[in-house]
Design a protein around this ligand. Structure first.
Ligand code: VGL
Ligand code: ZN
Length: 199
């Protein structure tokens, strides 16, 4: 048995899975590649299978920028151009097995404003509420930007919030298990990994 001292968590009605920005540009070979970002995909596929088999809803956020987005370096922002709406870089990787009824949430779509949280100027909260979600399980990319900010907002909106520690990766790998993960825990997010969920 590998679950060790960890208690099992049973999935139940009111649970929802949120995948944050698992998009080609954040994977190796992409324009804003997160180191080892591709490693989250097979793990997320296992979470997807679990949630789908329990008939629980899945939400996938995506960075969806215009070509002249303010966060791009040529516009004075911090990032190389990435996740330009409707390009291959903005697409979900083919290896990610999203259920057909996944709710897709586009964010940071306006030129003049960036948004790291999946809740920022989107329908995510109202869609979660409509789906009856009270607990959310959040994984994806990148740990210290869009995952961190989505987790913060989930807590602020009073969702019981689990962070999928085995399915997140940071841009700055020195922060992966330091800054952002610690901050999420301090704020009240519950770190879990796949083996803690009851199949
Ligand atoms: C992200 C940097 C710029 C993210 C998005 O998804 O974490 N990071 N845009
Ligand atoms: Zn972005």
């Amino acid at each position: 048995m590998s679950e060790g001292r960890h208690a099992k968590i049973g999935l139940q009605a009111g649970d929802a899975l949120i995948l944050v920005d698992v998009q080609n540009d954040f994977l190796p070979g992409g324009s804003l590649a997160v180191p080892a970002g591709d490693e989250v995909v097979p793990v997320l596929n296992r979470y997807l299978t679990l949630f789908h088999s329990h008939r629980l809803p899945v939400f996938a956020t995506r960075d969806w920028h215009p070509p002249d987005h303010c966060s791009f370096q040529h516009q004075g922002g911090p990032w190389p151009p990435h996740c330009i709406a409707a390009t291959q870089g903005a697409a979900f990787p083919a290896s990610l097995r999203l259920p057909a009824d996944t709710f897709v949430i586009s964010k940071a779509t306006a030129r003049e404003r960036d948004a790291y949280s999946g809740f920022d100027n989107t329908q995510l909260d109202s869609l979660l509420k409509s789906a009856g979600a009270v607990r959310v399980f959040i994984g994806g990319l990148a740990t210290e930007y869009c995952v961190l900010n989505t987790v913060k907002d989930a807590l602020r909106y009073h969702y019981t919030t689990f962070v999928l520690e085995d399915a997140i990766r940071a841009i700055d790998t020195s922060l992966n298990h330091g800054g952002a993960s610690e901050q999420m825990k301090t704020l009240g997010a519950i770190p879990i990994h796949l083996e803690m969920l009851d199949a």
